[in-house]
Design a protein around this ligand. Structure first.
Ligand code: DX5
Ligand code: ZN
Length: 226
């Protein structure tokens, strides 16, 4: 498992869409590792967000990896259009997918990075038979569907368990967390083993500007022992 620098993945769900290009450029300058794009269809989660045209626009303004978090009932159906729009990696949910292995293989056959996301109530052990095939695991630290929610502390032992699975198998797989990540909760997740942090409102909604918010977040996790 990569114990190097913890990576920050700003989620544009909380960005100002009238200045999206500018906000993403600012995040890039402040050291964002990738841009996290939340796709919601109003079925898988009780909210709708954006689609492939946003990815297409982002592709024109950044070279950062565009990571697509698919909170939709039929991710397989939409993969091609998101790839065509310029996506680099896909996070698909374990929940509601009867053919997860097939979805993961499909993503890999499109030569994109594949990750599986698990909701707060889903145990780490569902990953046992798939984790060796993955580039990333995403542990949801809120219930998916909305930004600005409160971090669920009972997910911390699960982050630790997924970290152990990755280490025991000696995998390169990233351990990412998503939801309620701010200066107070980020260090807890890093101490539990997370090495990629998705953050929306604490970066784009902080009121101090994207750069300052990212530096604050980075300062909060610097020096946390893993
Ligand atoms: C929630 C999304 C998150 C969201 C996080 O369903 O998956 O990526 O943008 O937002 P914050 O960081 O505000 O909790
Ligand atoms: Zn997300």
């Amino acid at each position: 498992m990569d114990k190097g620098n913890v990576k920050l993945a700003p989620s544009i769900l909380s960005a100002d869409f009238s200045h999206l290009g500018k906000q993403v450029a600012e995040a890039e300058r402040a050291g964002a590792d990738r841009i996290h794009v939340d796709i919601m269809d109003g079925h898988f989660v009780p909210n709708i967000s954006m689609g492939a045209p946003i990815v297409q626009s982002l592709r024109r303004v950044t070279d950062l990896r565009l990571e697509i978090h698919m909170m939709i009932t039929d991710p397989d159906f939409f993969l091609d259009q998101f790839v065509e729009a310029g996506s680099d990696s896909f996070l698909v949910h374990w929940e509601g997918n009867n053919n997860l292995h097939r979805t993961v293989q499909r993503i890999k056959s499109l030569r994109k990075r594949a990750g599986v996301a698990i909701n707060p109530a889903t145990p780490a052990l569902v990953l046992e038979e798939i984790i060796s095939d993955l580039d990333q695991v995403l542990v949801m630290t809120v219930n998916p569907g909305f930004g600005h929610q409160q971090f669920i502390h009972s997910t911390l032992p699960k982050i630790r368990r997924v970290g152990q699975m990755i280490e025991q198998r000696n995998l390169e797989c990233e351990l990412e967390v998503d939801g309620g990540i701010d200066e107070a909760t980020a260090p807890l997740t890093v101490a539990a083993g997370a090495n990629v942090l998705v953050a929306g409102s604490s970066i784009f909604g902080a009121g101090v500007g994207v750069c300052a918010a990212m530096h604050q977040l980075r300062r909060a996790i610097d020096g946390v022992v893993r």
